[in-house]
Design a protein around this ligand. Structure first.
Ligand code: ADP
Ligand code: ASP
Ligand code: MG
Length: 421
């Protein structure tokens, strides 16, 4: 019997009526003969409200205690959805992340999954029960409650799909959300964006990392590593949505499949330091140990001194500043400079490997929109530019248009044939 993981996001569970609708989707999957594990996010804006509540008590809440508070949001959803399923006559039990066997490291607020002890989930499935798992959380080996970082319920879902080897059973992981799939850009920002029927893990990983909030990047990584087919769908529409799976040759036809905008970036610079051997290793190891994802790294030599800078999301800025201050104290020289209100606009496509002229097209689009570029970062399948946050939506629109991704555009065709620029 195929095992299907169904993940419902916060907006899909925002009211008792929506919870009842989600329960009907689960019941339908059971009636179709699937074994089902459900993963839930907190209802509506609950996580934001819990954080605000904590900040009302303590302006900079202790990370451990904040995890205790935040983890309750998903537990409420899990209990309510299990109740709604029982109302429909479907056998179901809710589980916290820890009860479901999700083990993490001990980094509160951005913990990484280390393993999934799936025995309890398997026992529930073998009893023909639906397991309703609270997403976004786990427990460390010390038994501490941890959370996986904002948007982390997607990662819970795909990680469970990997642990239960759903693809061996002919199953997959469904991400039910408030859009009917993955679009060429955030459809709330770019109105002409179009839905992609399918996208490769590699492209989705880049888009998610670069700001496409529809999927948590680490979920896509799990999907790729363990070959879990991921299906992004609207929770209340029959639409087939977007299938995320392995790259196919046809995917190379388009140079760019999508664009993304990552807002609220900050840049931390270390200035006036000597470029000692091991400087970079020491600093970036400390950042990695704190599970801080560094976006872009810049280094320039100025006479006998060096300037080293990196961007991080605003949420990680306070911790990153602490690590830089410690590094500078150990070096006994240099100073720190912090810039906020930056953003990153990116274009992504596996076809970039074989198409020329992508960078110049992107730079021209930004220039024509009078947008200053502060830094550039490229890989085989993406180009990103750091810009001012205030320019973000305008930049996303301009880049999306330049690659002819929107409704009613025919520039995509030109991109396929024009390799001269
Ligand atoms: P959930 O609560 O279901 O996890 P999220 O808010 O995390 O939902 O993700 C869905 C949102 O992602 C959409 O409402 C949309 O605004 C945003 N989004 C950003 N980029 C994209 C994209 N490329 N395609 C679709 N949605 C996107
Ligand atoms: N509830 C958490 C958040 O808002 C996790 C999630 O929704 O995936 O970030
Ligand atoms: Mg989400």
């Amino acid at each position: 019997m195929p095992t299907v993981i169904q993940k419902f996001g916060g907006t899909s569970l925002g009211t008792p009526e929506k919870i009842a609708r989600a329960a009907r989707r689960v019941a339908d999957a059971r009636a179709s003969g699937f074994d089902v594990v459900v993963v839930v996010s907190a209802m509506g804006h609950t996580t934001d409200e819990l954080i605000a509540l904590a900040e009302g008590v303590s302006p900079v809440p202790d990370r451990r205690e904040l995890d205790m508070v935040m983890a309750t949001g998903e537990q409420v959803s899990a209990g309510l959805l299990a109740m709604a399923l029982r109302e429909l006559g479907v056998a179901a039990s809710s589980l916290t992340g820890g009860q479901a066997g999700l083990r993490t490291d001990g980094v509160h607020g951005r913990a990484r999954i280390t393993r999934i002890e799936s025995g309890r989930l398997e026992r529930l499935l073998s009893r023909a029960e639906v397991a309703v798992v609270a997403g976004f959380q786990g427990t460390s080996d010390d038994g501490e409650v941890t959370t996986l970082g904002r948007g982390g319920s997607d990662t819970t879902a795909v990680a469970i799909a990997a642990a239960l080897r759903v693809s061996d059973t002919g199953g997959w992981c469904e991400i039910f959300t408030d859009v009917d799939g993955v679009y060429t850009a955030d459809p709330r920002v770019v109105r002409s964006a179009v839905k992609l029927p399918r996208i490769s893990y590699e492209e989705m990983l880049e888009l998610a990392t670069l700001g496409a909030g529809v999927m948590h990047a680490r979920a896509v990584l799990f999907g790729e590593k363990y070959g879990v087919p991921i299906h992004v769908r609207h929770s209340q529409k029959p639409d087939q949505g977007t299938m995320i799976n392995r790259e196919s040759h046809a995917m190379e036809e388009l140079a760019v499949v999508g664009c993304a905008l990552k807002e609220d970036l900050g840049r931390v610079s270390l200035r006036g330091i000597r470029n000692a051997i091991g400087l970079q290793a020491g600093l970036f190891t400390a950042l990695a140990q704190a599970n801080i994802v560094v976006d872009d790294i810049m280094q320039t030599e100025q006479g006998s001194t060096t300037m080293l800078a990196f961007t991080v999301e605003h949420g990680d800025l306070a911790d990153a500043k602490g690590i830089v201050a410690k590094t500078l104290a150990e070096l006994g020289e240099g100073e720190m400079n912090v810039e906020v209100a930056l953003a990153k606009v990116s274009a992504v496509g596996v076809g970039m490997k074989v198409h020329a002229g992508v960078a110049s097209r992107m730079f021209r689009a930004l220039a024509e929109a009078s947008i200053a570029i502060h830094n550039i970062n490229t890989s085989e399948i993406k180009i990103s530019c750091i810009i001012d946050k205030a320019d973000g939506p305008k930049a996303l629109e301009a880049v999306h248009r330049a690659f002819g991704l929107g409704l009613g555009s025919n520039a995509t065709v030109a991109m396929q044939t024009d390799e001269s620029r």
